[in-house]
Design a protein around this ligand. Structure first.
Ligand code: PEP
Ligand code: MG
Length: 754
């Protein structure tokens, strides 16, 4: 006797054969099959994803989801539940898909209302060639029998997917999209956007040809000249390049510090003294460092090692006289193709002409990708062999959004790229236009939007964004990029420049926040085991009070006759805040006694970054003029989750009940005590997260200048009262993340969160 599973499967298969052997064309057949499977299995929806290559799946047919979603949804192997099934080549069933950590929301599908999920792989020669999916509106535990039936159906479907008929259909799709297989290469996206331009091949590293030197003095002279020339060129490049704002600027400055590092230079010179050529000496110095650091698990040190490799390569090219230049391509639109690349290498090119970047060995955290992103350059990486395949001058299309590279694209693909690029420009224009419009929600609530600044470059954003003020001045950045600890006069020159550029706008200075990942080149922090929770930030400046006193003196002088706002980072209890505040007030008194001009008003605040402070708001808020929530650190301490560890990036979400509840508690208390409250961590600069914060009651957000336009556009399209109801209701949820719901809400209510 056959099992019930087999009987049921046979019944479905009989009907399925009827469809596959019928006269309909393939898309119609697939649609009919999906409807059959959904109804026979008592499911509300069914879908069939087919692998288009070894890395991507595309929705080919569905029933019960948004009609017309076919070919509009694609997923990487490993992405979402469907991608997980394909990657592991194994069935997966969950009662509520939204609760699964791997769930990835696809708005094109309209899957908001679906809960239960069962996915089985379509297999051919042991490889997943597609995924068959069932979904239901209610949570449902799929039985072993149901999965067995689906797996049997999937076997028949696999035949259809591997048929001639499907091959023909795929070809027709490719033709329709104007793509020929040969020209299209799949990689990973490191920076989104579309670009079209002529290939420029980035120079390869030269092998060291001569190891031992005949004339030590001549080698030393050569080394000195090359080192000096390299640094002069770097200084000039950086000074003439307007880089905007953010992490990429810190990266480039760190790189420059590396290039000037005296210890490194001395090691190379010592190697020359021991008889090596300058080139070999550079390699030896790098190898020594590599031997010492390559085993580290510390991501910061690993990144430094990359920087050192890049600086060593750069010095080698100065030594050999082969300083990289754009040769043989006379074009205003270029795509740089590299095996690997350092962040400063990008500056070798006129970046206003760079339309795309292809890096064969790229990784998402590599510094050049962060710099490229800040410059709005699309980047695609990890395409094996592409460096050797592309020839100088060839036309390349870089699709940084989906991670594709097109070599010598056809006219149709080229046209598509031109359309995408035009749409991209249109978006940029739209964001620029926002500058003149008020930052007000649809129901008339004014939201103050400020920017975070660190380096001189950032100041340009004061004008380009037309922001309400500077919500966070990270004063440690100029300290980090200086060779020595800046004295009061030097500090005053930085702060004064900011005050002058800000005019009447509110500026919030933060006292020195060093330690952890923000190291000073001239100061040893003495290898702590847990630097993020170690001797850092206010803990250092309270212990080394002279540093704090000098800094606040410079603050006071920079704001003579104006309002001064100073906040202290990493405050953990009231006593720390009182001590810091007292230091500032004593310095103010001293200035008055000295007859120096002082600010018209001094406001003192603190950052909310340590969870312990959230439980002391009742005692701290009456002493504070304002607070600013540093969500980057607050989240890392709340979730006990290192903010820089890439393995943890998707594990915990600030858009979850525990974190949002904490954020609500902070703003509610601040309102109760009438204390100005803002957010200056990354959360404020991400449109969907900013939407949730406004829903919780925040009215002041500060963000990097590059995020400003998108957040403002979101603000102008939201309704505070409605979002507030929705977000407050969501706080009851115990889901790991509320992000999918918030995104779905934004889509449904026309809130712009691009
Ligand atoms: C924060 O922690 O959210 C913050 C703004 O400070 P930083 O990122 O400089 O540590
Ligand atoms: Mg912080």
């Amino acid at each position: 006797m056959k099992s019930p599973a087999i009987n049921k499967a046979m019944d479905i298969l009989r009907q399925l054969r009827g469809i596959t052997e019928g006269q309909d064309n393939l898309p119609v057949k697939l649609d009919k099959i999906m409807a059959l499977i959904a109804s026979s299995m008592n499911a509300d929806a069914a879908a069939c994803y087919i692998a288009v290559d070894d890395t991507y799946l595309e929705l080919f047919a569905s029933h019960g989801f948004n009609p017309g979603a076919a070919h509009k949804v694609s997923l990487r192997f490993g992405e979402g539940l469907v991608g997980e099934v394909a990657k592991n080549n194994r069935s997966l069933a969950v009662a509520d898909a939204w609760k699964h950590p791997k769930f990835s929301y696809k708005p094109e599908l309209g899957e908001e209302e679906f809960k239960s999920f069962a996915g089985v792989p379509l297999i051919r020669w042991n490889r997943a060639i597609g995924v068959l999916v069932l979904q239901g509106r209610e949570p449902h535990e799929y039985s072993r029998m149901e999965i067995e039936i689906l797996e049997t159906v999937a076997m028949v479907l696999s035949e259809l997917v591997s048929s001639e008929e499907m091959a023909e259909y795929k070809k027709s799709l490719i033709k329709e999209r104007g793509i020929t297989e040969k020209e299209k290469h799949k990689g990973i996206s490191l920076s989104k956007g579309y670009g079209l331009g002529n290939a420029v091949i980035h120079r390869r590293r030269q092998a060291v040809s001569k190891i031992f030197a005949e004339d030590k003095e001549a080698e030393l002279h050569k080394l000195e000249k090359a080192h000096q020339q390299m640094n002069e060129d770097l200084d000039e490049k950086f000074a003439s390049t307007k880089l905007g704002i953010g992490e990429h600027v810190d990266i480039l400055d760190a790189y420059r510090m590396f290039a000037k590092d005296k210890g490194w230079y001395k090691k190379i010179a010592d190697n020359v003294q021991s008889g090596l050529t300058a080139e070999a000496a550079v390699e030896r110095a790098y190898e020594d460092m590599w031997n010492r650091l390559s085993g580290t698990t510390d991501t910061y040190l690993k990144e430094r090692l990359h920087d050192l490799r890049d600086v060593a390569d750069r010095l080698q090219s100065y030594l050999s006289g082969d300083v990289g230049s754009i040769k043989g391509v006379d074009s205003n639109d270029i795509v740089v193709v590299a095996q690997t690349m350092g962040p400063a290498d990008l500056m070798d090119y006129d970046y206003s002409k760079i339309r795309g970047l292809i890096i064969e060995d790229g990784t998402p955290t590599m510094h050049v990708a962060i710099v490229a992103k800040a410059l709005n350059i699309p980047v695609v990486a990890k395409i094996r062999g592409i460096f050797d395949e592309i020839k100088t001058g060839e036309l390349l299309g870089v699709d940084g959004t989906e991670g594709y590279v097109y070599i010598n694209p056809t006219a149709a693909v080229k046209e598509k790229f031109q359309d995408k690029i035009a749409a991209q420009e249109e978006l940029k224009r739209k964001l620029a236009e926002l500058r003149k419009l008020p930052s007000k929600t649809k129901d008339g609530v004014r939201i103050n939007l400020a920017i975070n600044v660190g380096l001189a470059f950032d100041l340009d954003y004061i004008e380009t964004t037309n922001c309400d003020g500077i919500g966070l001045y990270r004063t440690e950045i100029p300290f980090m990029t200086s060779d020595v600890m800046p004295n009061v006069e030097r500090q005053l020159s930085y702060y004064k420049e900011l005050m002058d550029r800000a005019g009447q706008k509110k500026v919030i200075f933060r006292s020195l926040d060093v330690g952890s990942d923000k190291l000073l080149p001239y100061w040893s922090f003495g290898g702590e085991e847990n630097p993020a929770i170690g001797w850092r930030s206010i803990r250092i400046t309270l212990d080394r009070r002279a540093i704090l006193r000098k800094q606040v003196r410079a603050f006071l002088r920079s704001a003579a006759g104006k309002e001064l706002n100073v906040m202290f980072p990493m405050i953990t209890n009231l006593a720390e805040f009182e001590e810091a505040k007292e230091t500032l007030m004593l310095e103010l008194e001293k200035e008055k006694r000295r007859g120096e001009p002082v600010p018209s008003k001094v406001n003192v605040g603190l950052m909310i970054e340590v969870p312990a402070v959230v439980f002391q708001l009742d005692s701290i808020l009456p002493q504070a003029d304002f607070i600013s929530v540093g969500t980057n650190d607050l989240a890392q301490f709340t979730f006990a989750c290192d903010r820089g560890n890439p393995k943890l990036t998707e594990r915990y979400d600030v858009l979850s009940s525990p974190f949002l509840t904490m954020m609500k508690e902070i703003v509610t208390k601040a309102d109760k005590y009438g204390v100005y409250c803002s957010v200056c961590g990354e959360m404020g600069g991400n449109p969907i997260e900013a939407m949730a914060l406004i829903g919780l009651g925040y009215r002041n957000l500060s963000m990097s200048g590059s995020s400003f336009g998108r957040v403002k556009s979101m603000v102008r399209s939201m309704n505070v009262a409605e979002v507030s109801d929705y977000v407050n209701n969501l706080l009851k949820s115990s889901k790991r993340t509320l992000r999918p719901q918030l995104i779905a809400y934004a889509y449904d209510h026309g809130i712009e969160i691009y």
